[in-house]
Ligand binder design. Structure first.
Ligand code: MN
Length: 341
């Protein structure tokens, strides 16, 4: 063994995809009709996964339906609405199709489709670590940066060709869930090699970045500006909060949510450990989103849970039945207990 090889053999657990169970592969090979379902309020990875999975099954000669409970309000996905069933009709159910669920960690994330697929054979492809396990068969890889990369692994396992159009779907899911490569840690060579393969199949990362972050309305940018303007700092700059009010809906005409961009910008301020975003939904209903800085030990999932919400360590949310001012007072105080010694 050369010295170089010895070095590479001590690399701590470089990521690679585990084999997919034969039971899953034969189910996909043998059955004839499928419904590909994703989570409610579908994001880029979810929709791209649904399209790529449907194309794979169609390529295998199957009859395939796409279903998603929606909503499809956001401007960048509104045109896709007609591609998806929002309900599983009884005559379709009666033909006993296999349900393939993608990018969804628990049945309740399927919305009203959860009860409509009950009793059908269900296989889940997902990368979320949390959530209550469901489905008859599962291929879950929490370390996969996106569900589309899991589906790419399935294409390879089934030895199915990846067209340029499929490559774009696979790359788009990867791009959205990885924050365009930003959330990838070390020892992720396989993920980069897979992305490189997609680029060699004709995907333009440059065009993908435009598709991912471009196309916003002027109203969206002005709204984001307003939310930044309203940001306030607490606890020596460790907490940043901002708020949106019902009246904003009349001032800023946009269906796009500026919250993701807002979180990113406020978390980029030096010293910020936590961001809380308050959204007035009604006189006595306030939606609250939490984010924690990557390097912070703060667990905002636990914080949200203590108020009846949920989520992950770094991203979580809860809806409280109280006014936005009451919600702010309560949560700024609760955050202070975590952020002050
Ligand atoms: Mn995802």
């Amino acid at each position: 063994m050369t010295e170089k090889n010895q070095k590479s053999s001590v690399v701590p657990d470089p990521f690679s995809y585990p084999d997919i169970d034969e039971a899953i592969l034969s189910l996909l090979r043998e059955r004839e009709e499928f419904i590909v379902v994703g989570h409610v309020s579908p994001d880029g990875d979810c929709l791209s996964s649904q399209f790529a999975m449907a194309a794979l099954l169609e390529e295998m000669g199957k009859t395939v339906h796409l279903a998603n409970a929606g909503p499809f309000d956001r401007s960048e996905i509104a045109h896709l609405r007609s591609d998806f069933l929002t309900h599983i009709r009884e005559e379709l159910r009666a033909r006993d199709p296999v349900v393939v669920v993608v990018d969804c960690s628990s049945a309740d994330r399927l919305g009203h489709l959860a009860s409509e697929i009950e009793g059908l054979t269900t296989v889940v492809f997902d990368h979320h670590a949390s959530g209550e396990k469901f489905g008859d068969l599962r291929y879950i890889v929490p370390r996969s940066i996106s569900t589309t990369m899991i589906i790419m692994h399935l294409y390879k396992t089934l030895d199915q060709p990846i067209t340029e159009e499929i490559a774009e779907h696979l790359f788009f899911g990867f791009a959205t869930d990885s924050g365009f490569f930003r959330f990838l840690g070390p020892y992720r060579g396989e993920t980069l090699r897979m992305a490189a393969e997609l680029v060699d199949l004709g995907v333009s990362p440059n065009a993908m970045l435009d598709r991912m972050s471009g196309g916003k309305s002027e109203g969206y940018i002005k709204y984001l500006g307003k939310l930044i303007d309203r940001a306030e700092s607490y606890y020596d700059g460790k907490l940043m909060i901002s708020s949106s009010y019902l009246k904003d809906g009349r001032t800023f005409s946009t269906s796009d949510k500026p919250s993701d961009a807002l979180y990113g910008l406020l978390l980029s301020i030096a010293g910020v450990e936590m961001v809380i975003y308050f959204k007035e939904m009604g006189p006595n209903v306030t939606e609250i989103g939490f984010r924690a800085a990557h390097e912070s030990a703060i667990n905002v999932g636990a914080l949200a849970e203590s108020f009846g919400g949920g989520g992950h360590r770094k991203a979580s949310g809860v809806t409280l039945e109280c006014s936005i001012s009451e919600a702010k007072a309560t949560l700024i105080e609760a955050a202070g207990r975590l952020l002050t010694p």
